[in-house]
Write a protein of this length. Structure first.
Ligand code: GLC
Length: 429
């Protein structure tokens, strides 16, 4: 039976975009908290913010060419700055020299490229006067004595937060995803009035997918991993900076939908000094690893203060796109194979099609582990569609039931990143 999550598990690969005022200090999106920057000192970035090069159509093309099927942009991050024209605050992009509703332009551009588009919304808000300051675990003023004893009307903050989420749900057309971030300590679940919030969201956006962070952070799965998920458990689990060793299942063993969110370097928001980018071949292998374990990969880019995705990120996306252009059939709509992970790589599966991802050069023939010859209808090199004949002869005689194939005389893989063998089964084993 069709489900509203079908497009998500079919897509497997998305773009996360962390962008905002913090691109100016260029030390990551937590810079206010880490450096305990006052709201007054941070204001200089608000008064300066004018990303002249911002062209989300370029971002959308880069995502599409990389083989990504959806994207999520930070509409508001922890610093409270809104990239959209909210009627509930003056702390928004339309009031900066930029003067633009950045969210609206992003949604239009990504939809125009045929991608699904969603928004990240921070539950934390370090700008709002009614969000806890002194003694909070994360607030930039958490240990500033001048805020000790200051009262905050948290209920008023929740009205603001719910009101902004309703603005996003009613003023920007169909949203495909809403990605909340994050619950911590006592601020989880009903502390956010999560049931009321989710009911409002689902009233306006019945098809939107919601993450699980109204209950947890990147740590913890939340009640979605139990047999009694709450009304605000969300639709998928969001492991962060990790690929779950064995995928993610409910307590009764049933697999659940999950999406690993991962940075390209070590920061979500733009960080000038962080040049520790993951190479493209690694990204391909990690995407395949996620899919082989039944999950999605949400890969992050952090545009700079001008509105440009860093060149390093663009180069990686372009290389990943080259591989995806010939091998996406082993990613889209694929998932757990039910076969043991082979020595030489990984296996993904889509019904009667099984994809062996060979990422190591191999001595002689490659064993199609887990299958017997009589189960196989055809074997093809996915990139070219060419037949890979099942080997026979003295070298494989010791393994009469196992099918072996060869890529030819070279000891090197046809595609050094990941050479994919597509096996079509005679039946759906
Ligand atoms: C963490 C960070 C936040 C980032 C998020 C992405 O929650 O606090 O900065 O947006 O991870 O998953």
């Amino acid at each position: 039976m069709a489900s509203k999550t079908d497009w998500f598990t079919e897509s497997r690969f998305g773009m996360f975009i962390h962008w905002g005022l913090y691109a100016i200090p260029a030390r990551g999106e937590w810079v206010r908290s880490v450096e305990r920057i006052s709201v007054e000192r941070y204001r200089q970035f608000f008064e300066e913010f004018n990303p002249e090069s911002y062209d989300p159509r370029k971002w959308a093309k880069a995502a599409k060419n990389a083989g990504m099927k959806y994207a999520i942009l930070t509409a508001k991050h922890h610093d409270g700055f809104c990239l959209f024209d909210s009627a509930l605050t003056s702390y928004k992009s339309t009031n900066t020299p930029c003067g633009r509703d950045l969210v609206r332009e992003y949604l239009e551009a990504f939809r125009a490229e045929g991608l699904k588009a969603g928004l990240y919304y921070s539950l934390l808000d370090w700008h709002h006067e009614d969000y806890p300051h002194y003694g909070d675990a994360n607030h930039p003023m958490r240990d500033n004595e001048s805020f000790k004893g200051v009262s905050h009307n948290f209920s008023r903050y929740l009205d603001y937060m719910h009101g902004q989420v309703e603005e996003l749900c009613t003023n920007y057309g169909r949203l495909d995803l809403l990605w909340f971030d994050f619950s911590y300590g006592s601020l989880c679940g009903e502390a956010w009035k999560a049931t009321e919030l989710v009911r409002m969201i689902r009233r306006h956006q019945p098809n939107v997918l919601i993450d699980n962070r109204l209950e947890v952070s990147g740590s913890g799965f939340g009640s979605l991993a139990t047999k009694k998920p709450s009304e605000y458990s969300g639709d998928f689990v969001s492991p962060e900076q990790i690929i779950p060793p064995k995928g993610i299942c409910r307590e009764d063993g049933e697999p659940i939908i999950w999406e690993a969110c991962v940075t390209m370097n070590n920061h979500w928001g733009y960080c000038q000094m962080d040049k520790h980018f993951k190479p493209a071949d690694m990204i391909v292998k990690k995407l395949v690893e996620c899919v082989s374990k039944g999950g999605n990969l949400l890969l992050n880019v952090g545009p700079d203060a001008k509105g440009n995705i860093p060149d390093e990120s663009l180069a990686i996306l372009d290389s990943v796109g080259c591989w995806m252009s010939k091998n996406s059939g082993s990613v889209y709509g694929c998932g757990v194979s039910g076969l043991a992970k082979p020595e030489f790589g990984r296996i993904t599966r889509n019904g009667a099609k099984i994809y062996y991802h060979v990422t190591e050069n191999h001595i002689g023939f490659i064993p199609l582990e887990g299958l017997s010859k009589d189960q196989i209808k055809s074997v093809r090199l996915l990139e070219t569609g060419s037949e890979l004949q099942i080997a026979s002869g003295w070298i494989t005689d010791n393994y009469p039931d196992m099918a072996f194939v060869s890529f030819g005389d070279s000891p090197l893989l046809p595609n050094p990143i990941d050479t994919v063998i597509e096996v079509e089964l005679k039946g759906n084993i």
